[in-house]
Ligand binder design. Structure first.
Ligand code: CTP
Length: 397
């Protein structure tokens, strides 16, 4: 579920496509928008650019993207949504016309297509539109809506575009993600803990929290009730997710342990400090007071291990293994030693992925011995893949 292309055509409902793009983006999808020329008369491309975080594709001949943009977008797309879909684009799709970027991309793609028709009620009821929709449905194009209601041309009738959330739900359904975790309580621990040395200093680590937050967002998108226990991070609280902020490994342990028994799935994506100072100085340690600074450290609790030791029947426990050498060997040991159902192993010494990056290159190692090597991918895609696996494990648990 890496990339959704949203094709916006020239119907008044084009402004509602902004909301579709926003919702898909919040769910963690990579969204690329193609606008037809008529659509640009109704909504400015800058709006879609800002909401999707990606450049908006407008024509077959844009220098910026190269001449083969229709091919790259058609191959990149895991799903193409056409919303609003005017009578004109439906006719072009039904007849295989390819006279602009959107219609060419649709013809060149093998990705599933979801169309949300929006037009005047007479146009919708016209035998030509009816026939075109019939052809498209026969070819496997999914149609959502239209509904009945007030139309931009005045009056009431059938032809009003389906609501953005209906269109997003239909998209999730096609991608096999719709409500896969409906109402399931899940816990995600994220970020890097901080162990105080004195009032101004701490022992920290390079975790950005990006992976954990992507996991929280993806679970929410699949219908879960998400509790995010987060060590300090600059990431914003994901919408619809309950967040509890903690600082140290000990605080994280307390929160996780109290909440864990109520959760069906727990993912420990946090980089928990393994050591903490035995003593915390109440005053700032002055640099001139001593020749050097010697800290005596003690072990912190291994939260995941404790969860594994007290795992209720049917709960799915997932850990991460951040390694710089012997990745799989160490990950296998952690999977077994901490009694996990799944461990996500990643080599944090790679330059193209890991701690502060938006990308991750991981292996998934399962309790039953299955091992899957994944390609380098955005953290949010990895997050969705992990939850799909967890949903499968929950079904079988
Ligand atoms: N973990 C934890 N509590 C700790 C340390 C780690 O819950 N005190 C969890 C992490 O959140 C992660 C998994 O254990 O899901 C593995 O963490 P990692 O740092 O890779 O391994 P450690 O068990 O700490 O072992 P080492 O640092 O020796 O590799």
């Amino acid at each position: 579920m890496s990339c959704i292309v949203v094709g916006v055509t020239g119907g008044i409902a084009a402004y509602k496509a902004v909301e579709i793009v926003r919702q898909l983006n919040l769910l963690g999808f990579q969204v690329k928008v193609i606008m037809t020329e008529h659509a640009t008369r109704l909504v400015g491309p800058a709006t879609f650019r800002a909401i999707s975080g990606n450049p908006v594709a407008l024509s077959l001949f844009e220098e910026e993207f190269g001449a083969m943009q229709h091919i790259s977008l058609s191959h990149e797309a895991d799903l193409i949504i056409v919303a609003p879909a005017t009578a004109n684009i439906l006719a072009k799709m039904a007849n295989g016309l390819a006279d602009d970027l959107l219609s060419t991309t649709l013809l060149a793609s093998r990705a599933p297509v979801l169309a949300a028709p929006a037009m005047n009620d007479y146009m919708y009821a016209h035998p030509a539109t009816e026939a075109n929709l019939k052809i498209l449905k026969q070819r496997g194009v999914q149609i959502v809506g239209p509904g009945c209601g007030f139309l931009a041309c005045g009056g009431k009738g059938e032809g009003r575009m389906a609501e953005p959330s209906e269109i997003v739900d239909a998209a999730l359904e096609i991608l096999g993600l719709y409500r896969k975790l409906d109402g399931v309580n899940v816990l995600v621990a994220s970020g890097g803990t901080r162990e105080p040395i004195d009032p101004v200093r701490f022992i920290g680590n390079r975790s950005s929290g990006k992976m954990g937050y992507a996991l929280a967002e993806a679970a929410k998108g699949m219908g879960a009730e998400v509790l995010l226990i987060s060590a300090p991070t600059t990431m914003e609280q994901p919408i619809g997710v309950e967040r509890v902020m903690v600082e140290t490994a000990e605080e994280m342990e307390k929160e996780v342990k109290t909440r864990a028994p109520h959760c069906k799935a727990i993912v420990m994506a946090a980089a928990v400090a393994d050591f903490t100072p035995i003593e915390i100085s109440g005053k700032k340690i002055k640099k001139l007071e001593k020749g050097g600074l010697y800290l005596e450290l003690k072990h912190t609790p291994d939260i995941l291990k404790e969860l594994g030791e007290n795992k209720p029947v049917g709960q799915i426990l997932v850990g991460f293994a951040a390694e710089t050498e012997d990745l799989l060997e160490h990950a296998r040991q952690k999977l077994k030693g901490k009694n996990l159902d799944l461990i996500v192993a990643n080599d944090v010494s790679r330059e193209d992925s890991g701690f502060e990056s938006d990308y991750n290159k991981a292996f998934l190692l399962f309790r039953d011995g299955r091992e899957v090597e994944l390609s380098l991918m955005p953290k949010r895609d990895l997050a969705s893949l992990i939850w799909l696996e967890i949903a499968g494990l929950l079904e079988r648990a």
